[in-house]
Design a protein around this ligand. Structure first.
Ligand code: ADP
Ligand code: MG
Length: 504
């Protein structure tokens, strides 16, 4: 447990006194086959230190070569962010002691990022659109991964030694930096989450990254500062590093606003520093001081040629861009005929792709929505996993729905079937078959259960015979129970009314 000693003001009070300013640095790991500057494979989760070459190990005398696909990914991302693409850009060395980067410098871009001056429209949960200006998107390489041993919960403090895995060293990264974001007010934490979600959606849509936050494919550093209400001068910022889930981004921004407010309120000053987010305490702790004048001794990388992006190349990549997420949403909303609220709920639940695939596999949009937003969301929530990771496929939903439409199962049985599908018992049709979960419409089975129910409830029988047809429901219930929910309720009703000689 990482106890925070920081004082915080309530969020509401902080918001009465201060206006937040935000800035995000989002790192996107590309899914290229090989690394940024060498032919080592870019694969997640392999045996440590197997995906390395002399280049990614920084051995003397090696020469890096730029990965063309990574540059194309950067151009596509730049275009999707509405940026200008630089005709000529250079790589630079950012010098620093990096225990996880054996070269002791990171190859990055400095004053000549490949893409700059863009903007994205971020849609908040209530439909408000907030424009976020993009300052730059530049190419660089990832560091290796350190694992600290012997201390508490993998922390460097108190560790006896550290292990280093260079598989990730040299993996292509694009860093997207926003201009300072002013005017979000109380929506600042939400904006942070929705902005990062949009970047994730864009890179996934472009197909340039696996975009899995839990694997660190998309990582956000969140800069926060406060200005007293009425002031237009930015305060000192803190930079919370590597926040690895959407929920954490929102919480980290919220926490930092509350912490800054408490410091400023008591007459203190904010230290410009990096901070670390801790999910367990939902708070940040101090990292290292970081001034704007930190001197990384940037200089042009002498071993790499400049990246020259001719007009034709850019236009070819522009023509290959997929439909932008905002336009795609508009199209799907119209196609599916969902209300504003229904559609927004779908987007916020992150099941747009799933519903789209379910619909294109043959389900009606309303049915697809009902499943993904209802029972499947409930199961994911219960198991505390993302809906996409639950293991239900669009194909399963189409099949389940088809079984309902054909009268083979009812809604209740469908939920049972789904639970068995998740246990790995096969497709919905297979589960129905193997477990005998189909609706019972065999009259002889039903008649026995109906006779029982009528014998037990003569008063209800009398009511129905006296013309109160709606009372028949009281007889259907026990029949459903006796058949473990598998009776065809419509057929049961018909049979009862027939027996009592009453017109339905
Ligand atoms: P560094 O890497 O040193 O943190 P960057 O320029 O890469 O610097 O990123 C800084 C981020 O912080 C940018 O998104 C920028 O817009 C934002 N920012 C700058 N000043 C402030 C401020 N006073 N308050 C909040 N965010 C800020
Ligand atoms: Mg930065």
């Amino acid at each position: 447990m990482n106890r925070s000693t920081e004082e915080v003001l309530s969020f509401d009070e902080a918001m009465e006194k201060y206006d937040p300013v935000l800035g995000f640095e989002v790192h996107v790991e590309l899914n290229t086959r090989t690394k940024m500057f060498d032919a080592a494979p870019n694969v997640f989760g392999d045996e440590p230190n197997t995906n390395v070459t002399p280049v990614s190990l920084g051995l003397p005398g090696v020469l890096p070569v730029v990965n063309r696909v990574a540059v194309e990914s950067a151009i596509k991302l730049g275009l999707a962010l509405g940026c200008e693409i630089r005709p000529v850009s250079h790589f630079a060395r950012k010098n620093y002691f990096y225990p996880d980067t054996p070269k002791n410098f990171q190859t990055s871009q400095y004053d000549e990022p490949i893409a700059e001056n863009g903007s994205v429209d971020v849609e908040l949960e209530d439909g408000t659109v907030f424009t976020v200006e993009i300052e730059r998107a530049h190419m660089e390489e990832d560091a290796g991964k350190l694992t600290h041993m012997g201390g508490a919960a993998g922390r460097i403090q108190g560790a006896d030694f550290s292990l280093v895995d260079y598989n990730r060293a040299g993996v292509p990264l694009i860093e997207i930096v926003t201009k300072p974001i002013v005017g979000a007010g109380t929506r600042a934490p939400e904006l942070a989450r929705v902005y990062v979600a949009l970047i994730r959606e864009i890179v996934k849509n472009l197909g340039i990254s696996d975009a899995k936050m839990e694997r660190g494919n998309v990582r956000c550093d969140a800069n926060v500062s406060l200005m007293p209400k009425g002031s237009a001068t930015f305060g000192t910022r803190s930079e919370t590093k590597n926040v690895n889930s959407l929920r954490a981004v929102e919480r980290a921004v919220r926490f930092e606003i509350q912490r800054h407010a408490a410091v400023l309120d008591s007459g203190g000053t904010i230290v410009q520093e990096t901070r670390h987010w801790h999910e367990d305490t939902r708070s940040t702790t101090s990292g290292r001081p970081k001034s704007d004048a930190d001197d990384y001794r940037y200089f042009p990388e002498p071993d790499l040629v400049p990246v020259v992006t001719d007009h034709e190349w850019i236009e070819r990549l522009r023509a290959e861009l997929p439909e932008p997420p905002a336009e795609r949403r508009k199209r799907l909303k119209t196609d599916w005929g969902f209300s504003d609220e229904e559609f927004r709920d779908v987007v916020n639940a992150g099941v747009l792709d799933e519903i789209e695939q379910t619909v294109s596999a043959g389900a009606a949009p309303a049915a697809a929505r009902k499943w993904w937003m209802g029972e499947i969301a409930r199961l994911a929530n219960q198991r505390e996993v993302e809906i996409a990771e639950l293991g239900v496929t669009p194909q399963h939903v189409v099949e389940l729905n088809g079984l309902i439409d054909a009268g083979k199962i009812n809604d209740k049985l469908a939920k049972k079937v789904l639970a068995h599908v998740l246990e790995g018992e096969g497709s919905p049709a297979e589960v129905v078959e193997r477990r005998g979960l189909a609706v019972v419409s065999d009259d002889s089975v039903l008649t026995a259960a109906i006779d029982d129910a009528m014998a037990q409830m003569p008063d209800v029988v009398a009511k129905v015979q006296a013309g109160k047809v709606q009372a028949v429901g009281a007889l259907i219930g026990p029949v459903m129970k006796a058949t473990r929910g598998q009776a065809d309720a419509g057929r049961v009703r018909e049979l009862i009314l027939e027996k009592l000689g009453v017109q339905g």
